[in-house]
Design a protein around this ligand. Sequence first.
Ligand SMILES: C[S@@+](CC[C@H](N)C(=O)[O-])C[C@H]1O[C@@H](n2cnc3c(N)ncnc32)[C@H](O)[C@@H]1O
Length: 265
Amino acid sequence: MVNVTLNRSTVKKLAKKFLTREQISFIREIYYSVVYPTNLTKLATSYKTDKWNKHWYAQHYQKHFEPLRKKKLNILEIGIGGYANPNKGGASLRMWRTYFPKSTIYGIDIHEKKAHEEKRIRTFQGSQTDVNFLKEVIKEIGQVDIIVDDGSHINEHVIKSFEILFPMLSKNGIYVIEDTQTSYWKKFGGSRYDLNSNKTIMEFFKNLCDGLNYAEFSSPDYIPKYFDKHIVSMHFYHNLIFIYKGENNEGSNMKDERLAKLISD
Ligand SMILES: C[S@@+](CC[C@H](N)C(=O)[O-])C[C@H]1O[C@@H](n2cnc3c(N)ncnc32)[C@H](O)[C@@H]1O
């Protein structure tokens, strides 16, 4: 009789001997989703999305998304992964599906990704810059509560998708942009020399920060824009931005006449 002690390394060796890589990965996913369903860094590691270990985004997602975890939401991610290979990718869609147990996860990719569809995961093929395609997607989903842009990361694309999709986001929705480092990459339409170039993702969103305070501009000629009136907070992290939608209508501090006199110029 062979006496085998079942420690961690023996289980690993046995698994490698008797199971395929796909089977091991499937078991690992089930294990993580049962043991760590609320831990995004563990889930990101298990599903092998680069939102952890390559980038360090999962910790920020955890902080912003934790209060929403149990809600029934529609979540849309631009960029499914795996590029032209229809069977590759889908890691983050599966991670979100596990983390948000009641939500439906939708993915957009320029390449066909139907292979990743399963319960609570749907995919659409098209470009993140195609207005009609994006409108059709939103029409089909109905209300979208969270949008994550992890697509081409080309500066012009990211800005265009935001301009199209943010107005269609639900009224208290959250829009996230990943990999803003491309703001400094020439090949992606960015610049590391001209940090104020209005064509870059970072400059576009830095400008929107002023809009948070549009009520203080005090110029009677200033007409607030859509983004001024509908962004209530923005959170910048290393290569990652969260933009919160809401009604930015608190009004100005300068309604206080004494204060208005004090600061008039
Ligand atoms: C970095 S991968 C996404 C990874 C995935 N979100 C994850 O975390 O596992 C980027 C994906 O964006 C897709 N993509 C590139 N350009 C696009 C575009 N213009 N519109 C939509 N998707 C695009 C690529 O095909 C690729 O699959």
